[in-house]
Design a protein around this ligand. Structure first.
Ligand code: C2E
Ligand code: MG
Ligand code: MG
Length: 680
């Protein structure tokens, strides 16, 4: 059988009756009193109130008597009385006078009621309230109540704190509105009216409050309407969400700003531009900025320092623009500036100013670093979107780069078309290797003493499926920018070496034939290039001394920070290095020495001017030859087209040359015939 737990004993009588004489001596004690206080009648009668009171019972009794003597019929007081077992009972005492038959006051009759439970409840309620206050404080939530009919208002401490209301202050709607942020005020007013008039039952809204300090505090206000009888009450809770809003703002900022520079990122740039165009802002111009050869800077000083430079650069750009304009970081070393109210000429002036600010030396750890930027300018045209403008500015920037960098270039429709064509060509180029569309043509290098080819330069061609045979000028830079030059270059090297070794093995008088292969700086920046060369040498079995890698001089100059390990690695392989297009760049002797090149190729621009009246080309060639002699470099003249040029070169003492005068670059199959005609 299921056991029912015993309930604790609770007093059934909650009323004790006690009588006392004028001295306060207890004269009567009922069962209720025994039950309430635990003393039996015999124990209590004859004692005074000291038996029960925790304070002075005599005084208590006297006060009660005086009260009654003063003519008041009865008094009710609250007291804490002591029980027989020592516990305290909370009681209310009602003292009434006791008269004898003559109507003389002879004592008091006291009815005591045990209110311990009630007191406990009240105590609990008080604690409950405290807990509520504490909880509200902790949760940053305040509550308030408003009664429509009476206009009575009540609010919790936390609510008062949130809205900066002083306790007891008469609160009105106007006053509350006053505390709301001006931008949220209309919304709040509409909400209130809809509750009051339109009968909405509840509303939630996030709004801002203005603190007396001027600070903004965000709250989430929930408003509920309840009906109690005929009374309509509005309950409001206000939750402080400032911290959350702040976190959200930080997140939004992070999502839309670049961490390194603090500038708007690509996403935000797009949005800003989109907004501007949407608002039909006048004469918007987009500038696309890219640091020239930033990779070199990065490789030279390390990525952390590179980042520091970019941060400095960002700060300079920010200072260089007008307050209403925007500068953002698009990624890497690319920045975008958006301006309003600029015509093309003004835009070009802005571009010059931006370039000027970047040109000044950057200092980092005592080191001075110089940088240039290329800028593409896209003034807004009809039908432009954020995307087309950014694209156009990017394309114009590439145009500036292709023209040598360190300049700005304005978008035009032709550039746009060229960009599209370039993009299409790039996707074709990706497939060219797999589709076997690349070819090598070979141009002989002639020994001017004998007139016999001593070697060949391999020159790349692309058999484009629809555009026919393409020259390197139309796709090498594309291959370099896309990184495709690495696999393509490795194919060129293997193909050229294999072909040459085959000629050396099979053709009469060709056993010492040399081969020159053009190499892009992109290839030279990767240490794996040394492996590529070593592999190509070992697979083809060609004598490394027969192989020369040509590196363009202007590029060399810019890339003076090429990893020395690569240069050393190439030397270790035993291949020769040549400086191509010599004279067009800015090589200094120190560069030549650092590279430890074996030969240099005089650019065809000097050769083509030979034999004309202006003797400067001849002087330059003489200078170059003198320098080559000092550095023990062999010299090859490029682009020899006329017998006059040949004579002049002979006179100056040039030993080797290439040019249409002898032969244009040829497909491999035509080389043997060419060698035969020149055979001694
Ligand atoms: P480059 O290395 O200076 O090659 C010489 C260029 O001059 C070749 O142009 C050649 O056809 C041309 N040329 C030869 N003789 C004459 C002449 O008498 N008169 C004139 N006006 N030009 C002559 P090409 O083949 O169009 O190559 C252009 C450039 O493309 C090369 O200049 C080289 O820098 C680059 N290139 C070619 N093949 C490759 C390659 O496989 N890899 C890399 N990275 N670059 C290459
Ligand atoms: Mg070359
Ligand atoms: Mg050249």
């Amino acid at each position: 059988m299921k056991q029912v737990p015993m309930l604790p004993h609770t007093p059934s009588v909650h009323e004790a009756r006690i009588s006392s004489d004028l001295n306060g001596t207890i004269t009567a004690w009922n069962a209720g009193a025994t039950e309430m206080f635990g003393f039996s009648a015999t124990e209590a009668i004859g004692r005074n109130y000291d038996l029960l009171t925790t304070t002075n019972g005599t005084i208590l009794h006297r006060e009660a008597l005086e009260h009654l003597r003063a003519g008041r019929p009865s008094t009710v007081v609250r007291a804490s009385w002591r029980r027989h077992d020592g516990r305290v009972a909370e009681v209310t005492l009602m003292h009434s006078p006791l008269f004898d038959d003559d109507g003389t006051l002879i004592g008091t009759s006291t009815i005591a009621r045990d209110v311990t439970a009630v007191a406990q409840l009240q105590d609990e309620a008080g604690k409950e309230r405290e807990r509520l206050i504490e909880a509200q404080e902790m949760a940053h939530v305040g509550s308030a109540e408003y009664e429509f009919s009476s206009g009575r208002w009540w609010h919790s401490e936390e609510f008062g704190r949130l809205l900066d209301l002083t306790t007891g202050e008469k609160v009105s709607g106007a006053m509350l509105l006053e505390k709301i942020h001006p931008q949220d005020r209309d919304g709040a007013r509409t909400d209130w009216l809809s509750l009051h008039r339109a009968g909405s039952r509840h509303l939630d809204r996030e709004l801002r409050l203005i603190q007396p300090t001027g600070d903004v505090r965000w709250i989430h206000a929930s408003v509920r309407v309840t009906d109690v009888g005929i009374r309509t009450r509005v309950l409001i809770t206000a939750l402080d969400i400032t911290a959350r809003k702040l976190a959200e703002a930080v997140l939004t900022h992070q999502a839309s700003h670049d961490a390194l520079t603090g500038l708007p990122n690509r996403i935000l740039i797009n949005t800003i531009l989109h907004d501007l165009l949407g608002r039909k802002a006048s004469k918007v111009a987009v500038f696309f900025l890219d640091v020239d050869r930033f990779k070199t800077v990065n490789d030279a000083i390390g990525h952390a320092a590179g980042d520091a430079i970019l941060a400095q650069l960002a700060a300079r750009l920010r200072h260089a623009i007008r307050p209403g304009d925007t500068v953002g970081r698009f990624g890497g070393d690319e920045f975008v500036v958006i301006c309003k109210n600029l015509d093309v000429t003004e835009a070009q002036e802005v571009a010059e100013r931006l370039r000027g600010t970047v040109k000044e030396a950057f200092t980092l750890g005592g080191r001075r670093i110089f940088m240039n930027i290329s800028i593409g300018i896209a003034p807004a045209g009809p039908g432009d979107t954020a995307e087309t403008m950014l694209d156009a500015a990017d394309t114009a920037m590439y145009q500036a780069k292709n023209a040598g960098g360190d300049r700005s270039s304005v978008r035009d429709s032709r550039t746009q078309a060229a960009a599209t064509a370039r993009l299409n060509l790039e996707s074709d180029l990706r497939l060219a290797l797999d589709r076997n569309e690349l070819r090598l043509h070979y141009q002989p290098v002639i020994d001017l003493k004998t007139g016999i080819p001593v070697g060949f330069e391999a020159l790349l061609r692309w058999e484009h499926p629809t555009q026919g045979l393409l020259q390197p000028a139309s796709f090498i830079s594309l291959a370099e920018d896309s990184g495709l030059i690495v696999p393509i270059g490795s194919w060129v090297l293997n193909q050229a070496l294999q072909q040459t070794q085959q000629w050396r093995d099979s053709l009469p008088g060709a056993k010492d034939l040399t081969i020159s292969v053009n190499v892009s700086v992109r290839q030279l920046q990767d240490l794996r290039f040394v492996d590529t060369v070593r592999d190509a040498l070992s697979t083809t079995g060609i004598n490394p001394a027969a192989v020369t890698l040509e590196i363009t001089e202007s590029v060399l100059m810019d890339q003076s920070e090429l990893p020395t390990a690569i240069i050393q690695g190439l030397h270790a392989c035993g291949v020769g290095l040549a400086i191509d297009d010599f004279g067009t760049g800015y090589s200094s002797l120190s560069h030549l020495r650092w590279l430890t090149a074996h030969s240099l190729k005089i650019d065809k621009s000097f050769v083509s001017e030979l034999g004309y009246k202006d003797p400067s080309s001849a002087s330059i060639i003489e200078l170059i030859l003198g320098m080559a002699r000092v550095l023990n470099l062999s010299v090859i003249a490029e682009g020899v087209e006329t017998p006059a040029q040949l004579n002049e070169l002979r006179r100056l003492g040039v030993r080797h040359a290439q040019g249409y005068l002898w032969c244009a670059p040829l497909p491999a199959r035509e080389v043997p015939k060419q060698l035969q005609t020149h055979a001694p």
